[in-house]
Design a protein around this ligand. Structure first.
Ligand SMILES: NC(=O)c1ccc[n+]([C@@H]2O[C@H](COP(=O)([O-])OP(=O)(O)OC[C@H]3O[C@@H](n4cnc5c(N)ncnc54)[C@H](O)[C@@H]3O)[C@@H](O)[C@H]2O)c1
Length: 341
């Protein structure tokens, strides 16, 4: 009888394949490496993998109850990401599946990228570069703002947000923060002032989203909260697309209420990133609307969109892979793993 664990690694790119494929776990277990997302596999392929006990996944795979129920022996989902909103936790809880994310692999990585996006946005770097490539020089259109002296509202001061606070401090910003669990170290250092969300919305020149996507945080930024903000505010989102009602965001940018937005994440981003049109097949009524809005956002000169790459530094990806494989090794060795449920 084969007593080896059956592991599926999905959403595997070249670097991950090279790293994971050479790890000793590839000999200790029956490993299947898939470039595809699990939800993209046809039923016969899912059936071949039915005995899978461990799934290692990236954010692209939507591990819905529908997908997960193909794996009756499933015991562990180990994500190669901090966020795990792509995994149906209710299903996992009900079926005794542990879900382990990678905590703390790339807090500085994402914070640095957030600052990069913010500078790009507020100094029109990409806007000016694109014009120059087309032979257009209109320096008056390129005028930006200093960060020094501006009030930055940071929503969520967890691993990433607290590093972002540090970077904003280095730029001479005044920082307002909101978090149900304020960070005592930031308070002791006088790094930021914790306020409630309405205060943060009304007093900030710039808002950065650094909190997770949860049921409670769905569309945290919407037409009502945007109305509370200063005219000409900048918004940066490197957390999750679902935190922002994209339709309301688009309207506020077009009206000039929001001066510009830098978005590494979008609602329905899979459509842009992966050409994923599954939602059409599933008759998702929002699919068409959000696809149009995302396409229109991309056309705006004061909007920067990147394809969910804030985590994507070489250093961070190696830390992710290390952590993921450590979780799986510990699980196989019978050690306790830190499940999020
Ligand atoms: N773009 C990327 O490549 C990328 C990479 C990593 C993480 N992320 C996203 O960034 C998010 C933050 O990551 P992290 O490692 O800092 O997570 P974290 O769990 O360390 O911190 C999140 C913080 O947000 C706070 N929070 C939750 N709801 C809030 C609300 N309504 N208002 C204010 N604060 C709230 C929590 O209390 C926590 O302190 C992740 O959940 C993930 O969605 C994106």
């Amino acid at each position: 009888m084969d007593t080896k664990f059956n592991i599926v690694f999905c959403d595997v790119d070249d670097l991950a394949y090279d790293y994971l494929g050479k790890h000793k776990i590839a000999e200790q277990a029956n490993c299947t490496f898939l470039r595809e997302s699990l939800n993209d596999l046809p039923p016969n392929r899912l059936q071949e993998l039915a005995k899978t006990e461990i799934i290692s996944t990236f954010v692209y795979s939507r591990l819905t109850a529908n997908v997960l129920q193909s794996f009756k022996d499933l015991k562990l989902v180990s994500t190669r990401s901090t966020g795990y909103n792509n995994v149906d936790l209710d299903y996992c809880k009900a079926n005794g599946v542990q879900v382990v994310n990678v905590a703390g692999y790339g807090e500085i990585t994402v914070a640095e990228y957030t600052m990069g996006m913010l500078l790009n946005l507020t100094r029109n770097i990409e806007f000016s570069h694109n014009k120059l490539k087309n032979g257009i020089v209109k320096v008056d259109e390129d005028m930006g703002i200093d960060l020094s002296g501006k009030t930055v509202g940071v929503i969520g001061t967890g691993a990433i947000g607290r590093h972002f606070v540090g970077l904003c401090r280095a730029f001479g910003c005044h920082i307002l923060a909101s978090d149900p669990f304020p960070n005592q170290k930031l308070i002791d250092e006088g790094a930021c002032q914790y306020v409630d969300l309405p205060q943060l919305f009304s007093a900030s020149d710039i808002i950065s989203l650094n909190c997770p996507s949860t049921k409670e945080n769905y569309h945290l930024i919407n037409k009502d909260t945007i109305a509370q903000m200063k005219d000409g505010i900048y918004i940066v989102n490197t957390a999750r697309g679902e935190l922002v009602d994209t339709v309301d965001l688009y309207a506020a940018i077009v009206s000039g209420k929001i001066k510009g937005a830098a978005l590494d994440v979008l609602e329905y981003e899979d459509v842009i990133i992966k050409n994923d049109v599954d939602a059409v097949k599933n008759n998702d009524k929002n699919f068409a609307l959000y696809s149009v809005i995302n396409a229109k956002l991309l056309q705006l000169p004061n909007v920067i969109v990147t394809p969910h790459i804030a985590f994507n530094s070489f250093d961070a990806v190696l830390r992710i892979l290390n952590s993921n494989i450590q979780t799986i090794s510990d699980f196989i060795d019978g050690k306790a793993v830190k499940s999020v449920i």
